[in-house]
Write a protein that binds this ligand. Structure first.
Ligand SMILES: NC(=O)c1ccc[n+]([C@@H]2O[C@H](COP(=O)([O-])OP(=O)(O)OC[C@H]3O[C@@H](n4cnc5c(N)ncnc54)[C@H](O)[C@@H]3O)[C@@H](O)[C@H]2O)c1
Length: 317
């Protein structure tokens, strides 16, 4: 596939557009407002500049990547003749359904429609679809141009050739796709993440430690290990008799709540939304500009190391 369209130029859309353009694809990115496109162009340029500074790509590659991307507010113009559409617009079902209706009235039935939804099952996304067999979910992680994994979810109507084409495209773009055997809410990563966050929230609510303590403890333990040695591999290395004892002794004491914690509800009500409002678990004064820069700088160093060690081959086992 050579012609890719990304719908939505937000946090995820601009990064996915950069990813495909870096892989040499012709990418059209569409958003409703010129200002969103301008912002996307700036973020993509900044991200590529950091990659050049870190000698992960050449200046020539950066220039080619930028030349591979066109920006438009016109949905028709964005999708006519395209082969693969990544829909990365807001997580509002009606908006997504209305967009798919327009897409299907314009493009050939061979065009693949991939959603970056974090929550909607394909049965809901395709409820009005003329050709549900071309729909698939490709779920990226922020920032998608850097984080290696993309989860691929299909449902019983998705054609095998569509799964293969999405897999091949992502592989060609340097990603390590994981194909789920069955669709499930939250896929793999967000399920694990929410289970983990439930206990983090529980520790905070019980006054055992602060949010900062948890971040320090996790960054220096699981965070340090997991990029190269996954949670299950780690257990093999520790000894499963020890894992059995640890799980048996601790699991019964963990939170099993099914509710969003009260303090999190209160924070959101008080407009403590994280970088967006300059206040979350931490305080910011620049809408997280510095925090994002530091994050991406560190992530790129890690990615570079992984690439050097060919760890991607391990990730895609
Ligand atoms: N943010 C994340 O970490 C993350 C991770 C994985 C998946 N996702 C999913 O990716 C999708 C996009 O999330 P995001 O965080 O990038 O959102 P966002 O709000 O940052 O960006 C959405 C973009 O879509 C544009 N838009 C709104 N309505 C549109 C329409 N009708 N047509 C075209 N563009 C439109 C907005 O102007 C904005 O540029 C969602 O489905 C979300 O669940 C997000």
């Amino acid at each position: 596939m050579q012609n890719i369209t990304v719908l939505g130029a937000g946090i995820m859309g601009h990064g996915a557009a950069q990813l495909f353009a870096q892989a040499g694809k012709k990418v059209r990115i569409q958003a409703r407002r010129e200002s969103s496109l301008e912002n996307a162009r700036e973020l993509i340029t900044n991200s590529l500049e950091i990659m050049v500074e870190k000698e992960m790509i050449t200046q020539e590659k950066m220039d080619q990547t930028l030349a591979n991307i066109t920006y438009t507010t016109d949905l028709r113009e964005a999708i006519e003749g395209t082969e693969f559409i990544l829909e990365s617009i807001p997580e509002v079902l009606e908006t997504k359904l209305a967009t798919y209706e327009i897409i299907e009235s314009v493009v050939s039935e061979k065009t693949i429609i991939a959603s970056n939804t974090s929550t909607f099952p394909l049965a809901e996304l395709t409820q009005k679809a003329k050709h549900p067999e071309r729909f698939i979910i490709t779920h990226y992680f922020n920032p998608p141009q850097i984080v290696p994994i993309v989860e691929i979810a299909r449902f019983e109507k998705t054609d095998d050739s569509v799964v293969q084409a999405a897999y091949d495209l992502l592989k060609e773009s340097g990603k390590s796709p994981v194909v789920l055997k069955k669709e499930i809410t939250g896929f793999i990563v967000n399920r694990v993440q929410v289970a983990f966050l439930r206990e983090c929230f529980n520790l905070i609510e019980q006054g055992i430690c602060t949010a900062e303590d948890i971040d320090i403890a996790v960054k220096g333990s699981m965070g340090f290990k997991w990029a190269f040695c996954g949670p299950l591999e780690s257990q093999d290395l520790a000894g499963l008799h020890t894992t059995k004892a640890m799980v048996g002794n601790i699991m019964k004491d963990l939170s099993n709540t099914r509710e969003v914690p009260g303090f999190l509800n209160e924070m959101v009500e008080k407009d403590e939304l994280g970088i967006r409002s300059n206040q979350g678990f931490y305080k910011y004064d620049d809408h997280g500009e510095e925090a994002i820069r530091t994050r991406d700088d560190n992530f790129l160093d890690l990615l570079k190391l992984m690439q050097q060690k060919e760890a991607k081959a391990v990730l895609s086992k």
